[in-house]
Design a protein around this ligand. Structure first.
Ligand code: ZN
Length: 192
């Protein structure tokens, strides 16, 4: 067995050269967080034949016996089923609510609101927490929304992983390598 000793390319940055990881159906394994593996893990997986290289960077890694271009997009050979429940996190609540206030639609100054206030026994759970901007949150205070004529745009619920992934597609992360775009936004391009 060849032992692979990899050396970082000269321009290697601490978090540099990750590859976008696609499931065996060529959809990203995850949108949020975007499924990225560090290049070391990617190279190892290529040698273990767990993934296929779909696209490459112009950078190379060298071992004593081989030189290879760093993959920028890889696809798992075995399909990974995605049936986990999404985690109840601040980020996922924002993502579910489209990063906007459920009362006024503002994207600014987002916080969280308990639909049924904690003082009235409201729980911190998927079906009682919504994204709300600070002004709306202040206005609502410890009251029920309907008491002061405020109306949430939807009834909150626990989203499925699929629903969150679909939301994630609308909110691309900031740093995308060119070769990743084909696997992220093809359908979006069609709609434009
Ligand atoms: Zn608001």
């Amino acid at each position: 067995m060849t032992q692979l000793v990899t050396h970082a390319p000269p321009s290697f940055a601490p978090n540099g050269w990750p590859a976008l990881v696609l499931n065996a159906d060529f959809r990203p394994l995850s949108y949020y967080p975007l499924s990225l593996w560090p290049w070391q893990e990617v190279v190892k997986s290529v040698f273990l034949e767990r993934v296929d290289v779909v696209a490459e960077y112009d950078e190379y890694v060298h071992s004593p016996s081989i030189t290879m271009r760093l993959p920028s997009v890889i696809a798992l050979r075995e399909f990974v089923k995605q049936d986990r429940q999404p985690a109840f996190t601040r980020f996922n609540v924002f993502l579910r609510d489209g990063f906007k206030c459920v009362y006024c639609g503002s994207h600014e100054d987002l916080t969280f609101d308990h639909l049924v206030p904690r003082s009235k026994g409201g729980r911190t759970s998927w079906d009682n927490i919504v994204a709300a901007c600070s002004p709306c949150n202040l206005r609502k205070g410890g009251r029920m929304a309907h008491e002061i004529n405020m109306h949430p745009s939807h009834r909150p619920h626990r989203p499925t992983t699929f629903q969150l992934q679909e939301q994630g597609r609308k909110f691309p992360p900031n740093h995308l390598h060119d070769t990743w775009l084909d696997y992220l936004y093809w359908d979006v391009e069609l709609e434009m």
